[in-house]
Design a protein around this ligand. Structure first.
Ligand code: UD1
Ligand code: MG
Length: 452
């Protein structure tokens, strides 16, 4: 346990950005990377970093943003900022939360999804050591637009916003990443003193540094990597950030024992859980909510979301697993197979060209090529239950609700509309007719027609 872990922490997440440069109907912080909203990333990190109280500041009429915040942190307090009057003004919208008191107050922007819990912990450390303010600094490749950190004799004395900076100050390469930690003892006093006497006529949170100094308190800088504070304003930045996240996720997966042949072609979700000795072939896409247990192999060009894949399972190539899929140990899902809300028990197989939706496939059952569960009648969805060790012949249509008993056998090309008892043979197809010499008679007829 570090000292920071023992301190209570109020995290204030600013999510009131207008996001106009995203050119989207979707609020900026609800855009996703790694299958999770930007706000979701930030709040997940805040929780991992010990944010015991969470306040989210949203723009008016942003019920969707508030709902996303509550989905991740049910106890999150939501505050509205009616007018955008600066970062300090936004923080003060959470005054009620600030007044309750906390050892540490963190201010985090809702559009910096790559922030890591260890970075937050590092930022809190100076507070435990007595600092009133701690700022996350970084050295961007291009400092344009960022606030500059003015350091004198090793001490942080001020943050100068670019619009207010002198030519000399603009040459400073150490910039403000935006993340700030304030000691709860003095946070409100400092915030209350911030004014709007600057180029943008905004209440700048960054003024907290100079005010703390005036009050005889200390401010500290903690340096972070640029990726940690990468903010998103455009769709292009969203894509760049996604790329950084994907690199991190792939690296973490490989560090944990996953084999990837071409990691740069595999897209993971932030919450993808992969066991050891899982093999992922090139060009596989994971949506949210996937768990893959040890030793499973995901072959190329598969798309997987909301699925639990058991030990030693083989999936794909070209498989699509949709939410609610559960594949038991050693089961097999082959090429061009789609599975939705269905359980495959241990050793069950669907190897080719099949749709299994709203179903249970019993242990050891074999689903032949081209089998379709007809689960939808245009109005409602119905279940198909396939018993243990049952055999479904190729190109069968199982019209739900329907049940195939343990060990039952369905003849190829059947349309099954009635339940099949255990160990029964069901055939539901037109009878084959064979006419001896019929092919020759047809050809003769065709030749005759051509002449006349
Ligand atoms: C801010 C910092 C700057 C830093 C940069 C890092 C200030 C004054 N400046 O500048 O030093 O280098 O971030 O990216 O803090 N917001 C509100 N309400 C407001 C204003 C802002 O919620 O009234 C939110 C925005 O949605 C955004 C965040 O606060 O998430 C930062 O605001 P933004 O306008 O992007 O500040 P910058 O000019 O980038
Ligand atoms: Mg910004």
């Amino acid at each position: 346990m570090t000292a920071s872990n023992l301190r209570t922490c109020l995290a204030i997440v600013l999510a009131a950005g207008d996001g106009t440069r995203m050119r989207s109907k979707l609020p900026k912080v609800l855009h996703e990377i790694g299958g999770r909203s930007l706000l979701g990333h930030v709040l997940t990190t805040v929780q991992a970093a010990g944010g015991s109280e969470v306040a989210v500041v949203v723009a008016p009429e942003r019920e969707a943003v508030a709902a996303e915040a509550r989905r991740i942190v049910p106890a999150a307090q939501i505050f509205e900022q009616a007018e955008r009057r600066g970062t300090a003004h936004a923080v003060l919208m959470a005054r009620a939360a600030l007044e309750k008191g906390a050892d540490d107050v963190l201010v985090i922007f809702g559009d910096t999804p790559l922030l890591r819990a260890e970075t937050v912990a590092a930022l809190r450390a100076p507070l435990a050591a007595g600092a009133a303010v701690a700022v996350l600094g970084f050295r961007p490749a291009d400092p344009t637009g960022y606030g500059r950190l003015v350091v004198e004799n090793g001490a942080l004395v001020a943050i100068r916003e670019e619009k207010d900076a002198s030519a000399a100050e603009r040459k400073i390469t150490l910039c403000n990443g935006g993340l700030m930690a304030l000691s709860g003892k003095t946070a409100l006093t400092i915030l209350n003193r911030i004014g709007d006497n600057n180029a943008k006529r905004e209440f700048y949170l960054t003024d907290a540094v100079a005010i703390a100094r005036e009050m005889g308190l200390t401010a500290a800088v903690v340096e972070a990597e640029e990726d940690d504070v990468r903010g998103i304003n455009t769709k292009a930045q969203l894509a760049e950030t996604e790329a950084v996240l994907q690199r991190r996720l792939r690296q973490a997966a490989m560090d944990a024992g996953v084999t990837m042949i071409a990691p740069e072609t595999v897209y993971l979700a932030a919450d993808t859980q992969l066991g050891t000795d899982v093999v992922i072939e090139p060009h596989v896409v994971f949506g949210p909510g996937v768990v893959v247990e040890d030793g499973a192999v995901i072959h190329s060009f598969s798309h997987i979301a909301g699925a639990r894949i058991g030990k030693g399972v083989s999936v794909g190539p070209f498989a699509r697993l949709r939410p609610g899929t559960e594949l038991g140990e050693g089961s097999r899902i082959g090429n061009f197979v789609e599975v939705k809300a269905a359980v495959f028990e241990a050793g069950a197989k669907a190897n080719h060209l099949t749709y299994i939706g709203d179903a249970r496939v019993g242990a050891g059952a074999n689903v032949g090529a081209g089998t379709i569960t007809c689960n939808y009648d245009g109005t409602s969805k119905y279940k198909t239950n396939i018993g243990k060790s049952a055999f479904i012949g190729s190109n069968s249509a199982l019209v739900a609700p329907v049940s195939i008993g343990d060990g039952a056998y369905v003849g190829s090309g059947s349309v099954i509309t009635k339940d099949v008892p255990a160990d029964a043979l069901a055939i539901g197809r037109g009878q084959q007719v064979v006419k001896e010499g019929g092919a020759q008679r047809l050809r003769d007829l065709a030749a005759l027609k051509k002449k006349t």
